[in-house]
Design a binder for this molecule. Structure first.
Ligand code: ADP
Length: 250
């Protein structure tokens, strides 16, 4: 099978837990360079979908292709990460006892698999790349700060920076603004829109915060009971009677 011209192609994927279908013939296509938002009530299958894409969960059936032809259902989590698919979980997982700079440095070095690279000094180019990423994620003036001393929002941005250091092409962000202040949420929307300007990045953002979803202005996919209930602009899906029923009818 092949799906030319797509970065992510999910076709009729089913995942069952003890007979319960967390994903039920889910199909989803992401184009290269696309920004997509995924919404849906609790239990809709959003986390399971991310788990399938990153190789944490194997589907019972269906296809998951990266870059139009790479079959992700046959690969390990590490192989998938090395292909250029990066996931950020809801809670930040930065190294609190290292500085901001060291976190980014570590992300860069871990991308290349040999342990010996850990001992190498950074090249000028790598140093420059870290500075660039510090600017992108709004931490330009904090390279020497311990990551543990950052605010919750700044930790989230640092973690996005770590994905950027690894040159991930498909970025999966799980509720990136959960727990953020309004100002941090706005800054995160700007950051994501900035990343989206680079055609090298495709982004899938799972989010509950509708103001944030609106600020992203992206195509929205609504999941419900393990499949796609609706897809389109936020206004279109919010006006969709099936979507209204799922959100209000419970
Ligand atoms: P969401 O992220 O949209 O809230 P999830 O993907 O976490 O939804 O869950 C979808 C459904 O699958 C839920 O009903 C959840 O209880 C169930 N589920 C998820 N993971 C497991 C698991 N490991 N074992 C059993 N049931 C699970």
């Amino acid at each position: 099978i092949a799906a030319p011209g797509t970065i992510l192609y999910v076709d009729s994927v089913t995942v069952s837990f003890d007979g319960f279908r967390a994903l039920n013939e889910l199909s989803l296509v992401i184009e290269p360079g696309e920004l997509r938002t995924i919404i849906g009530p609790n239990g809709a299958g959003k986390t399971t979908m991310m788990d399938v894409i990153t190789g944490k969960t194997r589907p019972d059936q269906g296809d998951v292709l990266f870059d139009g032809h790479v079959d992700l259902t046959k690969m390990t989590e590490d192989q998938i990460a090395n292909l250029g698919i990066g996931r950020k979980f809801q809670k930040p997982t930065v190294f609190e006892h290292l500085t901001v700079f060291e976190n980014l440095e570590l992300a860069l070095k871990c991308k290349r698999d040999t342990l010996s690279t850990l001992l190498f000094r950074l090249s000028g180019e790598q140093q420059h790349r870290i500075d660039q990423v510090l600017g992108t994620v709004g931490l330009k003036d904090k390279p020497r700060m311990l990551a543990g001393a950052l605010s919750h929002g700044q930790k989230q941005w640092l973690e996005i920076g770590m994905l950027l250091m690894q040159d991930q092409r498909l970025l999966l962000l799980d509720e990136p603004v959960a727990g953020m202040t309004d100002a941090e949420t706005e800054a995160t929307a700007e950051l994501i829109l900035d990343l989206h300007k680079d055609p090298h990045h495709s982004l899938v953002v799972v989010e509950h915060d509708m103001e944030f979803v609106r600020a992203l202005g992206a195509r929205v996919t609504v999941l419900h009971e393990g499949s796609v209930l609706a897809e389109g602009s936020l206004d279109a899906v919010q006006a969709n009677a099936k979507v209204v029923e799922v959100y209000l009818g419970r």
